[in-house]
Write a protein that binds this ligand. Structure first.
Ligand code: IMP
Ligand code: MG
Length: 186
């Protein structure tokens, strides 16, 4: 059950605000260097990447456009259902664009694999993936992210956009959720 106060539900802080800012700054600098002469379109996968996207785009110093896409792969729980549904598609034609898919966390990889295949079929100039977090040991499909903020242990984390049952997105840091929070309601 989700408690009345977030502090009751968080086991510990995994990554604090300052460390998050450093990670985002480093990624932004790297992306700015790599996309100097490109036609950068940053695509945020809603809703988990929304805070990361907002910070990352301000750490990018080259011209860029942004767009949003919403898919669902998790129904309230903590494991991928394998079923990916498009809830909101991109607003624009991506032909000739250099897409950077911005994601919160790469887990089984099923969600991003699906999105990447779908967007590749629309003839962009290039597609790369930027994920804030990666749980490599959980991967079920062969998917590579060119930009990774940091790898995280196989624990359920929340905050900075990441949710459990749509809560905790507004935490400014990354916390590990007490297993009791999801074990009771699953
Ligand atoms: P995948 O398709 O299994 O890679 O799932 C990726 C999606 O699962 C992410 O975009 C998140 O929404 C969600 N997810 C995976 N692990 C976590 C976690 O530890 N905390 C919160 N959401 C997670
Ligand atoms: Mg989620």
């Amino acid at each position: 059950m989700i408690g009345k106060s977030y502090s009751d539900d968080i086991d510990r802080v995994l990554i604090g605000e300052n460390e998050l800012a450093e990670i985002v700054y480093r990624l932004g600098a790297q992306i700015s260097e790599d996309y100097k002469d490109k036609n950068l379109l940053m695509v945020s996968v809603l809703k988990g990447s929304v805070i990361f996207m907002a910070d990352l785009m301000r750490a990018v110093t080259v011209p860029c456009n942004i767009d949003f896409m919403s898919v669902s792969s998790y129904d309230k729980g903590t494991k991928s259902s394998g079923v990916v549904r498009i809830i909101k598609d991109l607003d624009q034609n991506i032909e000739g664009k250099d897409l950077l898919i911005v994601e919160d966390i790469l887990d089984s990889g099923k969600t991003l694999n699906y999105i990447q295949e779908l967007l590749l079929a629309r003839n962009p100039n290039s597609i790369r993936i930027c994920t804030l977090f990666d749980k490599p040991e959980r991967r079920e499909v062969d998917l590579h992210a060119e930009y990774v903020g940091c790898t995280v242990p196989n624990e359920f984390i929340v905050g900075y956009g990441l949710d459990y049952a749509e809560y905790y997105r507004n935490l400014p840091f990354i916390g590990v959720l007490k297993p009791s929070v999801y074990e009771e309601s699953n």
